[in-house]
Design a protein around this ligand. Structure first.
Ligand code: ADP
Length: 365
């Protein structure tokens, strides 16, 4: 019956995506005499993901019946023919045909098989295309990362080499000497932060976690002091103001990893600063955790970027255009570390007024 109207194999090879498959199936089936209406749904893991054709028939209860059944053939029920489509014994679609008289159910089953093969082929093709796109994206990210690494390493390394060479070949007055030594220290610090971020990246990618080897009861204010001491040479004009409801504040953390979270947040606050040279770090007690916010009064972040900034390698166009040094790894690492502590990190920001990066940490016992 169906083969009289259209060649199934030729029909199947012409379908290249789900939308055209559905539309063509509806058109083809409706050509059959006595078929009034055809409707359709495609499901995935018990969820209806696509419905086409007449919306007048409530499909949900029919699905429940068919999901429990092992692959069965088309059945006729009152004025409807129910045509289940299975892929590897899983119900993936249901075609419902409203009919005025009996028809050849065997032929419809053949159609269901062809439909199932076509659907499966389309899924496989889409999976292949997705994995190809993913590979291209990974390659693009790797190429970009290599370019970023070489650029980001070259600048501080050139400073270290240049200033140390100057100091070794000439005698300078004590003021100049101190200035050059500080430049060397700043550049070495920048290299060290970057290398730590790359090491964290490798650990996270390896799935060995962001070095959360030792969760210990740690004094958070001490970690803040340590992080600030490590980076304040980047720009000595900045002031860190610490506000804490209680002191000392303890939390169950990997002290080294949390110190690096502070280092990343403080150095961003300095990098993306405007005129104000103040950074505020506040600690509040919540019921089962503490909430820490690092607030700056810098350039702020556009609302539509707030989601993306925590993504790996994300750098805003503004950061790139203003040639602010960076790799787009800092906030992603912060997120991985905080989430590995069962905490949450987020950002509130207003353009030209500043940003607050907040996170929670469990108090522990
Ligand atoms: P990087 O600073 O190396 O670019 P991050 O992951 O630390 O990478 O930050 C991602 C992006 O988020 C930055 O490129 C910048 O656009 C934005 N950003 C982060 N911190 C701040 C901040 N304190 N103020 C304004 N923008 C920020």
């Amino acid at each position: 019956m169906i083969n009289d109207l259209f060649s199934l194999s030729a029909w199947a090879s012409g379908q290249n995506n789900i939308e055209s498959l559905l539309e063509n199936t509806l058109n083809s089936l409706e050509k059959i005499p006595n078929f009034k209406k055809t409707c359709f749904c495609i499901i995935n893991k018990n969820e209806l993901i696509l419905q086409a054709g007449s919306k007048e028939i409530d499909l949900s209860h029919l699905f429940q019946i068919f999901q429990k059944a092992k692959p069965i053939k088309a059945i006729a029920e009152e004025a409807f023919i129910l045509l289940p489509v299975f892929i590897k014994e899983q119900l993936v679609a249901l075609i419902i045909i409203e009919t005025q008289s009996s028809c050849d159910l065997e032929a419809l089953d053949d159609f269901a098989k062809i439909f199932s093969n076509t659907l499966s082929r389309i899924h496989e093709k889409e999976e292949l295309e997705n994995s190809y796109r993913e590979t291209l994206e990974q390659n693009r990210i790797k190429t970009e990362l290599l370019a970023t690494i070489s650029h980001e390493l070259r600048t501080p390394m050139a400073n270290i080499l240049g200033f140390s060479e100057l100091l070794s070949i000439r005698d300078f007055n004590p003021v100049k000497q101190k200035e050059y030594q500080e430049e060397i220290y700043k550049s070495a610090q920048r290299l060290s932060n970057m290398i730590n971020n790359f090491l964290d990246l490798a650990r996270i990618e390896d799935q060995t976690g962001p070095a959360l080897s030792s969760f210990q009861k740690s004094n958070i204010c001490e970690l803040i002091d340590k992080a600030w001491a490590a980076i304040k040479h980047i720009n000595q004009d900045y002031q860190l103001k610490l506000e804490s409801e209680n002191e000392p504040v303890y939390a169950q953390v990997d002290a080294e990893a949390i110190t690096r979270v502070f280092i990343n947040l403080f150095s961003n606050a300095i990098k993306y600063a405007a005129e104000s040279k103040e950074i505020l770090c506040s600690i509040k007690n919540r019921r089962n955790n503490i909430e820490i916010c690092v607030k700056d009064y810098g350039r702020g972040i556009d609302a539509d970027e707030l989601e993306s900034i925590f993504k790996r390698f994300y750098r805003s166009e503004k950061a790139k255009n203003h040639t602010v040094p960076g790799t787009g790894l800092g906030l992603w690492i912060c997120k991985e570390v905080i989430e590995a502590h069962q905490g949450r990190i987020w950002c509130e920001s207003e353009v030209n007024s500043g940003s607050s990066f907040c996170f929670t940490l469990p108090i522990g016992n």
